[in-house]
Ligand binder design. Structure first.
Ligand code: GLN
Length: 560
């Protein structure tokens, strides 16, 4: 018997594989992480794998416009934002190995071919690529991901994209073979599909799901559970029809209808017996009481009861696309929840705040900024909208409005301070103005100027606190140091630190060399904090990220 939680011993690794059909964006990731919540509640240790069938090695070079935020892991892996969902829902700490892409798989196989590992054989998609995928899944599934150091009991695998896409074909084939490699009784296939509503009587249409399941079965995978995205709960007839045409039992047709908040999804799946179905298939017992799920339900219900608003102005440049700031939004939500408020994010396109180049929406944007309870400048790259962000930081500093600057947001606050407090004319980051007379933020010496992928200062690094008592340190529970995740190329100019600090903007945390500024806090201000790292990546529903919690506390007038 392997070393597992006593309540739910499993004899070998169990896998839940989540695929999707009809169209993308149906919430495969949320379905997979919600099933993870159920498995975890039943006492299983978990890991998870996200497969992205694109050719990029990782998400690091992908535009947030196209692909949402780049999520950063402890080991510096720049990965798909779904890994953030897994980390948050399941309280895991994953590695870059937990995100498999076509690019990574091919790179490995080609390297092996060059090394001569295939002993003169013709190297082909089947079996070499498909074997590589299976080896990878099996290897990474066994690596502890919950901080316990113990081997997981189960691994939740999500295949990105839609079944039938050319690019996902090798992965589907690998997963088809995988069920025989590890035993069909150890793999549970969950297919997520769409049930649209059409016509005058609002009929739930089953045909798209019928087609996608037919496609999946044609590729050799028979779903054990069908999760159907729909506006309203599936009607009984719809379930019966889907069961008849899709080769699943009626009780295996699950409704993923709209719910009041995301945290209700695991609860809704539980009420439809998804946990017992998965447990039956994979052969483990579900304990009579599930305290973790009870806590989860309490949290989900509490979110529904919050009525009093707190307004946070988010000054960014991808404001039309909330996925671009997904982890920041989550960290704000976790913190709003902790101060019993309903979060309202006022999205402000930073270019609209530019005091010189006024856009049509200038006045509207300023009115929104001024009405907010707190201001957040998130991470970002490139010069567009920079002057608007600097103006927002200035407004927050001068008017005692709570401010949190994340990564670029710290750099922005520093530039603003250099210009308007120290009087350093034209102070800027060399990222935005290479010839600035007063470089307040500069390129870090160790960073590559020629290669984009994976070359930033990335991942978790320790930041010791250098000041005994300050708000941000109190928020971190008076910790000696913090371990947070980074993703940047520029830093506060070390030559200006003394001058800046003497004027009241103190870098209360620096890196281990004592040179690189990591955490700033303005003296004599309710809350004016910046972090060079991205604290949002480690925020959890029941453990909000301290810098975000500080922003929300200050925004609602709570003592820090
Ligand atoms: N562009 C800035 C840098 O590279 C900030 C990066 C960020 O906000 N993630 O340093």
């Amino acid at each position: 018997m392997r070393d597992t939680l006593a309540s739910n011993p499993v004899d070998c690794m169990k896998y839940v594989v989540v695929t999707g059909g009809v169209l993308s964006g149906l919430g495969k990731g949320i379905t997979a992480s919600s099933i993870g919540v159920l498995l975890k509640s039943a006492g299983l240790r978990l890991s998870s794998v996200k497969i992205d069938p694109y050719l990029n090695s990782d998400a690091g070079t992908m535009s947030p416009f196209e692909h949402g935020e780049v999520f950063v892991l402890d080991d510096g892996g720049e990965v798909d934002l779904d890994l953030g969902n897994y980390e948050r829902f399941l309280d895991l700490a994953l590695t870059r190995e937990n995100n498999i892409t076509t690019g990574k798989v091919y790179a490995n196989v080609i390297e092996k071919e060059r090394r001569g590992d295939y002993l003169g054989k013709t190297v082909q998609v089947v079996p070499h690529i498909t074997n590589e995928i299976q080896d990878w899944i099996e290897r990474v599934a066994h690596v502890s991901a919950d901080g316990s150091g113990q081997t997981p009991d189960a691994c939740v695998i999500e295949l990105g994209g839609t079944v039938g896409d050319i690019e996902s074909a090798p992965f589907i084939e690998a997963l088809r073979q995988f069920q025989f490699r590890v035993g069909q009784e150890n793999v549970c296939f969950v297919h997520v599909s769409l049930v649209p509503v059409m016509g005058p009587v609002g009929e739930q249409k089953t045909k798209p799901t019928q087609h996608t399941v037919k496609e999946l079965r044609g590729l050799g995978i028979i779903p054990d559970i069908l999760v159907c995205r729909s506006e309203n709960p599936l009607e009984d007839d719809t379930r019966a029809k889907l069961a008849a045409f899709c080769h699943v039992g009626k009780d295996a047709v699950v409704s993923a209808h709209d719910v009041s908040n995301l945290y209700q999804i695991p609860i809704s799946l539980y009420h439809q017996s998804v946990l017992s179905k998965v447990a039956n298939h994979l052969g483990f017992e579900v304990p009579d009481s599930l305290p973790m799920l009870d806590d989860w339900r309490e949290m989900a219900d509490k979110v529904d009861t919050l009525t009093e608003d707190v307004h946070i102005a988010m000054v960014g440049k991808y404001t039309g696309l909330s996925d671009s700031y997904l982890s920041v939004i989550k960290a704000l939500q976790h913190s709003a929840f902790a101060v019993d408020r309903k979060l309202v994010i006022d999205w402000i396109e930073s270019a609209d705040l530019d005091p010189i180049e006024k856009t049509e929406k200038h006045d509207e944007a300023w009115a929104l900024l001024k009405s907010a309870d707190g201001i957040l400048v998130p991470g970002g790259f490139g010069v567009r909208g920079i002057e608007g962000k600097i103006a927002a930081a200035n407004y927050a500093r001068v008017n005692n409005v709570p401010y949190l600057g994340v990564c670029l947001g710290l750099q922005i606050a520093t530039i603003e301070f250099c210009r308007n407090v120290l009087g350093l004319e034209g102070a800027n980051s060399t990222e935005f103005d290479e010839d600035t007379p007063n470089p307040a933020v500069v390129f870090m010496p160790e960073i590559s100027k020629t290669h984009m992928g994976g070359t930033m200062r990335l991942g978790t690094k320790p930041t010791p606190f250098l000041v005994d008592d300050c708000k941000i340190r109190r928020l971190y529970g008076d910790a000696e140091h913090v371990d947070e995740r980074h993703r940047h190329r520029y830093e506060v100019n070390p030559e200006l630190i003394e001058q800046i600090e003497a004027a009241g903007l103190v870098y209360v945390g620096k890196d281990e060399t004592g040179q690189r500024c990591e955490i700033m806090e303005l003296q004599d201000h309710p809350y004016f904090v910046g972090t060079q790292y991205h604290p949002e990546f480690k925020s959890r529903p029941n453990r909000p990220s301290p810098p975000f919690l500080g922003l929300l506390k200050a925004a609602v007038g709570q003592e820090i």
